[in-house]
Write a protein that binds this ligand. Structure first.
Ligand SMILES: Cc1cc2nc3c(=O)[nH]c(=O)nc-3n(C[C@H](O)[C@H](O)[C@H](O)COP(=O)(O)OP(=O)(O)OC[C@H]3O[C@@H](n4cnc5c(N)ncnc54)[C@H](O)[C@@H]3O)c2cc1C
Length: 466
């Protein structure tokens, strides 16, 4: 008999729900909640099931997954310039809806297939200075409690509650719809450069207050490893981007062939990642900084001169080879901004130590670092009231044990806070969240879900520990 598992991204984690159900209307969702409560059946909500840490995966629960054809309404309010979406809308659908209106989201992660609600619930972010957590832009939410009663919370009247609901891990109640601020389509000048660790503090002094992100190559040079750095400068008037490449079936097929071969080598041969990064170290000194002007019609957050989505054009071979989206298991943590230089040195050392102690243990890709500024609006976000970076580490899909060990090592030395869709969840990861915030969060849980039947997978975290 076929086992009906539910998987996370790349099938890395899995669960076997008691059953799956997709309510097609608000009324059916409300009846479902009442039915589950009367029968005492535990349940949880699932978006696109992309969270790496499996927060959406619970064995033996009823998994409520909105079908991809229903609860898809999107509406735009011309007066407030806000957009309202229902539970099943994906980020890509929302971006495509906004583009002809000349509007875009305030921030976004770098993958478009996720549900808007799934992304918001875990604190998904891009990079930048302000409103970097996507949920920062929420101005209203309609949340159903365990009896199916809707509670519409607005920034105007209920900010003290909304700040807990914006990033609420699917723990307070099911979000049926939400309203987000939008902004005019923007254009940026993006400076891309690569330099060694020894120049890092100087570069940080120059760019540290602007939107910036980094890719660190720990194996590129043993003594002075390289860092790829991008910074953004918003343009206040239109500048013509470089002409975009036209997609060509043959070029696309050949590029994907090359990319796939390199990915396979990287997965099979433990030393291959170090080899690739050594090549980067060899060529980096001759790479000049490059400035590109982004297209206002770029739909992914990669700040491209190409309009629309990255997957609609010929793939960039270096970008795909260096990206771990399709190959690796991702663990992320938030750390205070002031800790970044120390963390980089720590990670560079750790990468060498791992490789030296066991020749099979490598970071399976570059290390991603994104400046996420500070959130004032999402009490459970990792950068709440704390200027922060988000740090992404990538591991072989089969090496969750190493991933957890490395996360623990970082947690021992730095005051990490969780990314709720990527950090490996366990009780210790809430140590650095303000206890008052945890208390408020747990009180809201009591208010909206006293029966405890709504159960995302929180890895044993108990919010009422305060
Ligand atoms: C390829 C890839 C790229 C990524 N890039 C980024 C990135 O750039 N930045 C970043 O920060 N993160 C990134 N992530 C992480 C990702 O954005 C989050 O894990 C996100 O939560 C996944 O959304 P989802 O729709 O798959 O939600 P799921 O993983 O299915 O669920 C996430 C949470 O949402 C809750 N939920 C779902 N629907 C509802 C509902 N209707 N009401 C209440 N709760 C609900 C679930 O209970 C669960 O707790 C990436 C992940 C992948 C796989």
């Amino acid at each position: 008999m076929e086992i009906d598992y539910l998987f996370s991204w790349l099938k890395i984690r899995k669960s076997k729900p008691a059953s799956r159900i997709s309510p097609r209307t608000l009324t059916l969702l409300q009846s479902l909640l009442q039915d589950l409560k009367s029968k005492g059946k535990p349940y949880n909500f699932v978006g696109s099931s992309h969270s790496y840490n499996g927060i959406q995966l619970v064995d033996d629960n009823v998994a409520v997954i909105f079908d991809s054809n229903d609860l898809k309404n999107i509406s735009y309010n011309y007066d407030t310039q806000e957009v309202t979406v229902e539970a099943a809308v994906t980020i890509e659908e929302l971006k495509r809806f906004l583009r002809p209106l000349g509007r875009q989201l305030l921030s976004s992660g770098n993958f478009m297939k996720q549900r808007v609600i799934g992304a918001l619930m875990t604190g998904t972010h891009g990079y930048g200075v302000e409103n970097v957590i996507m949920a920062d832009s929420i101005t209203a939410i309609t949340l159903l409690d365990e009896d199916g009663v809707p509670h519409t919370l607005t920034a105007k009247d209920d900010e003290d509650i909304l700040k807990y609901v914006r990033v609420s891990l699917g723990y307070l109640g099911v979000v049926f719809s939400l309203t987000l601020k939008t902004k005019e389509n923007e254009q940026f000048e993006v400076t891309q450069q690569i330099f060694p660790l020894s120049q890092f503090l100087e570069k940080l002094a120059e760019y540290g207050d602007k939107a910036h992100a980094m890719t660190m190559f720990p194996y590129s040079d043993r003594n002075d490893p390289y860092i790829g750095f991008i910074s953004l400068e918003k343009l206040d008037r239109y500048k013509k981007p470089a002409p975009a490449d036209m997609a060509n079936a043959l070029v696309t097929a050949v590029s994907w062939f090359i990319i796939t071969v390199v990915w396979k080598l990287n997965a099979q041969l433990p030393f291959f990642q170090a080899f690739l990064q050594t090549l980067i170290g060899r060529f980096a000194p001759s790479v000049e900084p490059e400035v590109i002007v982004t297209s206002p019609d770029d739909l992914d957050y990669l700040y491209d001169y190409h309009p629309m989505l990255e997957n609609e054009r010929n793939p960039s071979i270096p970008r795909r080879i260096l990206s771990s989206t399709y190959t690796a298991y991702n663990v992320a943590v938030f750390i205070p901004k002031s800790n970044l230089p120390e963390l980089l040195s720590f990670l560079f050392d750790l990468a060498q130590k791992l490789k030296n102690t066991n020749p099979r243990q490598y970071f399976r890709n570059s290390i991603g670092v994104r400046y996420v500024g500070k959130s004032e609006k999402c009490a459970l976000a990792g950068n709440y009231e704390q200027d922060s970076y988000s740090v992404d580490l990538f591991f072989s899909k089969t090496d969750l044990e190493l991933a957890e060990r490395v996360q623990d090592m970082i947690a021992e030395k730095f005051k990490i806070r969780p990314h709720w869709g990527k950090t490996i969840l366990k009780p210790e990861v809430i140590e650095n969240i303000n206890p008052e915030a945890l208390k408020e969060f747990s009180e809201l849980r009591e208010k909206y879900n006293p029966s405890n039947l709504l159960q995302p997978n929180l890895g044993g975290i108990k919010f009422h520990c305060v």
